[in-house]
Design a protein around this ligand. Structure first.
Ligand code: COA
Length: 467
């Protein structure tokens, strides 16, 4: 039985911090954000928004857009890493809000959990729900998988320039209009790590930025290796292995969507995968000739992440090699045709943690379609990464009737008019100095009304629908 993504809706807070304002506030070069990281604007959640409201707003959008009734939805999963309760699952809050719109008890039948594994948990949630459908348990119903996060880092930390907020709701079913998942190829890699984590009670993560960058690349490459084995074993992809063959698994994936903690991480990831996939192929000789430099080797033979990062001489040479590789005509062609469209939305919105991969997917659909590309039958690959750490690589094929759904995707309209925060307002919001009733914007859609602080009901949250 087929299973896949039928439609996608996005909810992004209407406040944003501009890269120039951030740069002035922190005394950094705005070009580092705009060109170095690909960050132009970062969506910021208002003081009356939490990840549950963002998720509920995305759910309401996808339901209204598709004329869905609660009885059409058999499961509701929320994947997040900005959870605010150690026990109560975020999907319960979302059900509570949706029932304000659809009536008390309307979602009583709808099972689901909150999933957690940093930014990769949405992909595990998609996989589990796709299997629920494949197993024939859905009985004609769909599953809503919502990925929702507020990416907030410590003031003055290097992560602060890669913040953002938003939610993506995906409707999964057995007759998907957008993308059908390829069966038996989803592949994972996992390892106990401390690249990025958020201990109990801490609002912001502890981050080892450069370590997490490199670990992301290594883990996704391992998951891609595992995907390759499965894709070849199942016959989904056949590689030309004859003498002089110049065929790579990446040649069989038409569009790539990578986890995007910041927009330029997509290009970094593509460059890393290309290096590893092309190195043993005849084409590599031409690429090296055009780059005008051999690929450097680490000086320290241990090859651990720590030893690589501490090897200043290698890191400088490797950085230069990557710069030259990404400037070659062969790389640029792959970048433009497979990846560039997925990065556009991230530059406008910033980091959405769990949702960033799926905002990227949505970005590819919208901006490739706007370019006039015919996506029907094209294979989309997904490179998902979550700190701590695990990666998942999977793929799917765009369906014949996709264009009707994609025609209605207009990211700017969906976000709506945005308000540029002053740096003073940004600092007030970041330091939690504003209560929900002091929100910058008037209440619209689902908002947080308050959090109880009495001893017997501490932490209880109330939400309302602001129209
Ligand atoms: N003009 C243009 N580009 C500039 C620049 C300037 N003035 N200054 C720096 N840059 C470039 C750098 O060359 C680098 O590009 P490269 O990656 O292609 O080499 C990029 O901007 C970032 O600079 P860098 O010095 O690496 O930034 P940083 O160490 O201060 O922070 C992160 C970058 C990603 C490590 C940091 O934002 C972070 O910790 N983020 C949170 C964790 C994260 O996102 N991890 C990713 C995996 S999940």
């Amino acid at each position: 039985m087929a299973a896949g993504i039928d439609d996608i809706a996005v909810y992004v807070p209407r406040l944003y911090l501009d890269a120039d304002d951030f740069a002035r506030l922190r005394g950094v070069d705005a070009t580092k954000l705009r060109r170095g990281l690909g960050v132009h604007q970062m969506a910021i959640a208002d003081s009356n928004q939490d990840p549950a409201c963002l998720a509920a707003n995305a759910c309401l959008r996808i339901m209204r857009k598709n004329g869905l009734e609660p009885s059409d939805v058999g499961r509701l999963y929320v994947a997040t890493e900005s959870s605010f309760d150690e026990s109560k699952a975020m999907n319960a809050y979302v059900v509570g809000m949706l029932e304000q719109a659809y009536g008390s008890g309307a979602f009583e039948h709808c099972g689901g959990v909150e999933t957690k594994f940093a930014c990769v948990s949405g992909s595990y949630a998609l996989y589990d729900n796709a299997n629920w459908i494949r197993a024939g348990e859905a009985e004609g119903q769909g599953a809503l998988v919502v990925v929702s996060d507020i990416a907030k880092y410590d003031m003055g930390s290097s992560g602060e320039m890669t913040q953002g907020a938003g939610a993506v709701a995906m409707l999964l079913n057995d007759r998907p209009r957008l993308l059908a998942f390829d069966p038996r190829v989803a592949a994972t890699s996992i390892r106990d790590e401390y690249d990025f984590y958020r201990p109990f009670g801490k609002e912001t993560p502890i981050v080892h930025g450069q370590y997490s960058n490199l670990l992301y690349l290594i883990q996704v490459r391992k998951a891609l290796e595992a995907y390759k084995k499965k894709a070849l074993a199942s016959g989904l992809i056949r590689l030309d292995a004859g003498p002089g063959a110049d065929d790579s698994i990446l040649d069989h994936i038409d569009h790539l969507n990578m986890h995007l903690p910041y927009s330029n991480m997509g290009r970094k990831a593509l460059a890393y995968l290309v290096r590893h996939e092309w190195r043993g192929l005849p084409r590599w000789k031409k690429v090296i000739e055009e780059a005008g430099m051999d690929e450097p080797e680490p000086n320290d033979p241990r090859g651990t992440i720590e030893s690589v990062l501490a090897d200043g001489d290698f890191m400088r040479k490797d950085h230069e090699f990557q710069r030259r590789l990404t400037a070659t005509s062969r790389f640029r062609e792959v970048y433009e045709s497979k990846l560039a469209s997925s990065l556009i939305a991230s530059s406008m919105v910033g980091n959405l943690y769990t949702a960033s991969l799926y905002l990227g997917f949505r970005s590819t659909l919208e901006f490739e379609h706007a370019k006039g590309a015919d996506l029907a039958g094209r294979r989309f690959g997904f490179g998902s990464y979550g700190s701590g750490s695990s990666a998942m690589v999977f793929s799917g094929v765009i369906q014949e009737e996709y264009a009707e759904t994609v025609n209605r995707m207009k990211l700017e309209e969906e976000i709506g008019p945005r308000t540029r925060l002053s740096v003073e307002q940004y600092v007030q919001i970041h330091e939690n100095r504003l209560s929900p009733e002091q929100a910058v914007l008037p209440p619209k859609e689902f908002v947080l009304v308050g959090v109880d602080s009495s001893p017997e009901s501490r932490g209880e949250r109330r939400y309302s629908y602001g129209g």
